[in-house]
Ligand binder design. Structure first.
Ligand code: ARG
Length: 469
């Protein structure tokens, strides 16, 4: 939770005011400061400073005494922040200067040595990268949980028929398990996208300094290792100017949110009285203040909406970054709120969807009934004509169309026509055909790789469980 900062005006800034005689305009403080939101990176900032100062002493750039004093002060600040006792000030602009200023209050002049061979440009690039990296890892875990919930659903209904749709018109029967596993594939791709993004972002910008690197004999590999990065960034200008890691996080989160919105939309449709394919549990429904019978799928609707904010954050950040010359510009301070909001949104959407899917009760009776409507096995009839009578598919399509019309005129399903009625359309049809017109047989026959047959679905489930283990 962000703590309100103290606005201040007056004399020149104590962190960088050496060549200034006047203080900032109050509105300048307001537009310039980021402390009200970048304080969420406080622990990343402290961790980065610890790694930096440990490296500085190992390289004989600062003394052991100064290093010990700085580390002690950082420990105290960490506690103050964790306990909500830290006083943030707007005049001190951002989390970096707030912490450094407090360090000076606690340990005195030695605090000034912490910033040796470092700039706020590489400092903020580091803190933000560590924050985004943490949230990328969190998204991977949350996706894992959602995929597991979907697999449990798939397993429970691997052989339960439901209507498969195109254009939201009944097309061919599929199984509930197959439908659930379609989402597992989508979220599985999101998971690998987050993993790929994680690997690419896992390079440490610390030591890029302002933009050009530093003349001090620093060890960037040591700080990179200490902070859990794979390697330091290879170009100091890119190190301070790059925000791709945040853009990749948001673009990946956008695609994931898009997938969530499609599943959420299906839940909204399936839970209507007209469909009644699923019951969303009480835990994930809300009532209406005026209509006592209502059970509203609010969580699903809100998940459906989150894409707006997340994709909005991506568009905002890419627009902020567009056209910025090398290297750092203050525009880049506007990178954070978007990403913080996007991260909060994707996290709550993923967790709510996992919870809702775990508690969801499918109504297999309703789905089975619906799967036999809309002449959903007409393709099976056409396929029988092709296979048994060696008819070209286009002719079979035509014959089947006539049979569907006959059934429609009589107000019955094609499986309810008599053999005589079938033969009135095509004389060579035999009673054998009726075995192919039930939804169970239809789904069981679709054994092509990736098809909806229950055996295929079970094989997919097994493969996914192995992948997740
Ligand atoms: N608060 C700043 C940001 O978020 C930190 C970097 C400031 N660097 C500078 N050269 N003014 O971008």
């Amino acid at each position: 939770m962000a703590k309100p900062s103290k606005p201040q005006t007056g004399s020149s800034n104590k962190m960088w005011g050496g060549r200034f005689t006047e203080g900032s305009d109050a509105l300048m403080l307001a537009i310039n400061s980021s402390i009200d939101y970048d304080q969420v990176m406080a622990f990343e900032d402290i961790e980065g400073s610890r790694a930096h100062v440990n490296m500085l002493v190992a390289q004989n750039i600062i003394t052991k005494d100064d290093c010990a004093a700085i580390l002690g002060g950082l420990d105290q600040i960490e506690v103050e922040i964790a306990e909500g006792r830290f006083e943030y000030s707007q005049e001190l602009e951002d989390i970096h200067l707030n912490i450094e200023n407090r360090l000076r209050e606690i340990i005195g002049d030695a605090a000034g040595r912490l910033h040796t061979a470092r700039s706020r440009n590489d400092q903020v690039a580091l803190d933000f990268r560590m924050w985004v990296r943490k949230r990328t890892a969190q998204s991977i875990t949350e996706l894992h949980d959602l995929i597991e919930a979907l697999i449990v659903q798939a397993e429970n209904g691997a052989d339960q028929p439901m209507p498969g749709y195109t254009h939201l018109q009944v097309a061919q029967p599929v199984t509930w398990g197959h439908h659930m596993m379609a989402y597992v594939e989508m979220f599985g791709r999101d998971l690998t996208r987050f993993q790929d993004a994680f690997e690419r972002m896992n390079e440490c910008p610390l030591g890029s300094a302002a933009l050009a690197g530093t003349g001090f004999n620093i060890d960037r590999f040591a700080t990179s290792d200490a902070l859990g990065f794979d390697r330091p960034t290879a170009n100091s200008m890119d190190g301070v100017a790059d925000r791709d890691f945040a853009l990749e996080f948001l673009s990946t989160a956008s695609i994931c949110a898009l997938h969530l919105s499609r599943l959420a939309e299906e839940l909204v449709i399936w839970s209507t009285t007209q469909f009644s394919f699923v019951r969303i549990s009480d835990k994930w429904s809300t009532g209406s203040s005026i209509m006592p019978q209502k059970r509203n799928p609010d969580a699903a609707e809100l998940i459906r909406a989150k894409i707006g904010r997340i994709n909005g954050a991506y568009v905002a950040l890419s627009t902020i970054m567009k056209g910025l010359p090398m290297t750092y510009s203050k525009d880049m301070q506007e990178d954070k709120e978007q990403v913080f909001d996007g991260a909060a949104s994707i996290s709550i959407a993923l967790r709510a969807m996992a919870g809702m899917m775990s508690d969801l009760t499918p109504n297999f009776d309703a789905m089975r009934k619906a799967s036999a409507t809309g002449f959903s096995t007409a393709t099976d009839l056409a396929d029988w004509l092709v296979r048994t009578l060696n008819m070209p598919f286009r002719d079979a399509h035509h014959v089947t169309g006539a049979i569907v019309k006959l059934a429609e005129d009589n107000g019955i399903d094609i499986s309810e026509l008599t053999l005589d009625q079938m033969q009135s359309v095509h004389g060579e049809i035999t009673a054998d055909i009726f075995d192919f017109l039930t939804v169970e047989n239809s789904v069981a026959s679709r054994k092509s790789y990736g098809g909806t047959s229950p055996d295929n679905v079970r094989a997919q489930i097994t493969a996914w469980k192995e992948r997740l283990a």
